[in-house]
Design a protein around this ligand. Structure first.
Ligand code: SF4
Ligand code: SF4
Length: 164
């Protein structure tokens, strides 16, 4: 014998169905907040801290760093090694190597604070997942040069989006 379904139960079921559909439709027309990662990447918040990166002089396009090593000394985790060369006709050194061991970096910001020339800043780079520890030991000077080779122009402004 089939169980009897009362009118009250049918009304309650329909009510719950309509309530559920109302929520679904409400969400359906709201703006999308997810992205198709890794094909799309998010623009990171201005205060986001990625690994540090070198900054170029807006006028000359050259790195602002002159290898004074203040950031190297300020780093509590010994992540930074800076080398510089004195080019002919220049009064002070130019950075020639800027090694960052990101495996040890705690993103504390002491290096950025120590640099009085604003020659380093936090990048917006968050796409760093890797299975190789060596890939997280970077030469920021070489990365800067590679960025310029990729875009054909020096990246002087802090407008880079993550993943670029
Ligand atoms: S980033 Fe700044 S503090 Fe560090 S070596 Fe270069 S100029 Fe000196
Ligand atoms: S953010 Fe802190 S731990 Fe990381 S490199 Fe700079 S000083 Fe060192």
């Amino acid at each position: 014998m089939r169980p009897k379904v009362s009118i009250k139960e049918i009304v309650r079921g329909l009510h719950s169905l309509v309530a559920g559909m109302r929520i679904t439709l409400g969400q359906f027309f709201k703006p999308t907040v997810t992205v198709h990662y890794p094909h799309e990447s998010l623009k990171m918040a201005p205060r986001f801290r990625g690994h540090i990166e070198l900054v170029r002089d807006e006028k000359t396009g050259k790195p602002l760093c002159f290898a004074c090593k203040l950031c190297e000394k300020a780093c509590p985790s010994d992540c930074i090694t800076v080398e510089g060369v004195k080019l002919e006709g220049e009064k002070r050194k130019s950075v020639s190597e800027y090694k960052l061991d990101f495996t040890k970096c705690s993103l504390c910001g002491s290096c950025v604070e120590a640099c009085k020339s604003n020659a380093i800043r936090f990048s917006k780079d968050y796409n760093l997942a890797t299975t190789s520890k060596e890939e997280l030991i970077m030469d920021l000077f070489k990365r800067l040069e590679a960025d310029q080779a990729k875009t054909g122009q020096p990246d002087t402004k802090d407008t880079r989006e993550a993943g670029k």
